[in-house]
Design a protein around this ligand. Structure first.
Ligand code: NDP
Length: 292
């Protein structure tokens, strides 16, 4: 029997509709609309697409967005000065610095300069640190990892006591999603480029989160029958049969794994839409924290 195909767009729409309803209620109560500032440095085409879809999502949720675009050679001081101005701007409830930043910039210093209460991407070192500590809670959780868990919750997937395997240990996805799974009482194995016998480890997973950035890496015979598979990867591969000559695929060989898994997210249409939805949710939360 084939897997349930998890409809990330539909689940994300539910989250976005809730955010829009919260915004409408805030405005009806005489409060300001929540506002998100996006900071883009340089000309990375993928980053430009991500920023513009985040701005569009703000408009659809009834929120303000303020776009700032600095040149690729912007200095550390210029980027931090902009962040400080946004920290002080009462119209701005959330600040999103689009990653990756150009190599000459110190990413940690930029992220650390964002006001904790405006850190809607959840990458401030203090928010990440709190995520890793028992009994402490971050103000915001990074959007892609939060989106993975939100999906699992909305599908009523029980996490407590399950074996969860996370492929990837990046600051943006792998590590925070692993921390979230531990907080939900899953037993978590984190894999990376030096892991031995990856297929053997993956086969133990009741819940598998793949975030490696390697097209179609996870094969059907790596997956335990009935496992829930969340594919975070977004990889462009050549495909002469496609009008654009290329198409997007995940880290999981979808056609093989869907025959084995209990449920699986597609790429596109899985985790991607959830990431933006969680950003909207975090921005509403930021506005509520700042204007209770
Ligand atoms: P990174 O490149 O920062 O991290 C990749 C991780 O995968 C690293 O920990 C690396 O190990 C590990 N890895 C790489 N190759 C292998 C391998 N052959 N076997 C085992 N582990 C491996 O990527 P990100 O975490 O930023 O992104 C991962 C994927 O998710 C990308 O495709 C990205 O486009 C996508 N993404 C999707 C988002 C969404 O909204 N859907 C949002 C963000 C990312 P090591 O640490 O040892 O180098």
């Amino acid at each position: 029997m084939g897997a349930q195909i998890i409809d990330g767009k539909a689940l994300a729409l539910e989250v976005r509709q809730k955010a829009a309803a919260d915004v409408a209620a805030m405005v009806a109560a005489g409060k300001n609309k929540p506002g998100l500032a996006t900071v883009l440095v340089g000309e990375n085409p993928a980053s430009k697409v991500y920023v513009s879809s985040k701005q569009k999502a703000c408009a659809e949720a009834g929120m303000d967005s303020f776009g700032f675009h600095l040149p690729a050679d912007a200095s550390q001081e210029e980027v931090e000065k902009l962040v400080k101005e946004l920290n002080a701007d009462p119209r701005v409830n959330g600040i999103l610095v689009q990653l990756p930043l150009p190599d000459h910039l110190d990413e940690e210093r930029v992220l650390g300069s964002i006001d904790l209460e405006k850190d809607v991407d959840g990458f401030h070192p203090i928010n990440i640190g709190r995520l890793a500590q028992k009994g402490r809670d971050p103000l915001f959780v990074p959007c892609t990892p939060a989106g993975c868990i939100e999906m699992l919750d909305r599908l009523n997937v029980k996490l407590e006591g399950t074996n969860a395997v996370v492929l990837g240990r990046s600051n943006i996805v792998g590590m925070p999603v692993a921390l979230l799974l531990v907080r939900r009482n899953a037993t978590v194995t984190i894999c990376h480029s030096r892991t031995k016998d990856l297929p053997g480890v993956v086969r133990q997973a009741d819940v598998l989160i793949a975030a490696v950035g390697r097209a179609n890496m996870v094969r059907g015979d790596w997956v335990k029958p009935g496992a829930v598979v969340i594919d975070v990867g977004i990889n462009r591969i050549e495909d002469p049969t496609h009008p654009k000559g290329s198409r997007l695929v995940g880290d999981v060989m979808f056609d093989e794994v869907k025959e084995v898994a209990g449920a699986i997210t597609p790429v596109p249409g899985g985790v991607g839409p959830m990431t933006i939805a969680m950003l909207m949710q975090n921005t509403v939360r930021a506005a509520k924290i700042q204007n209770p």
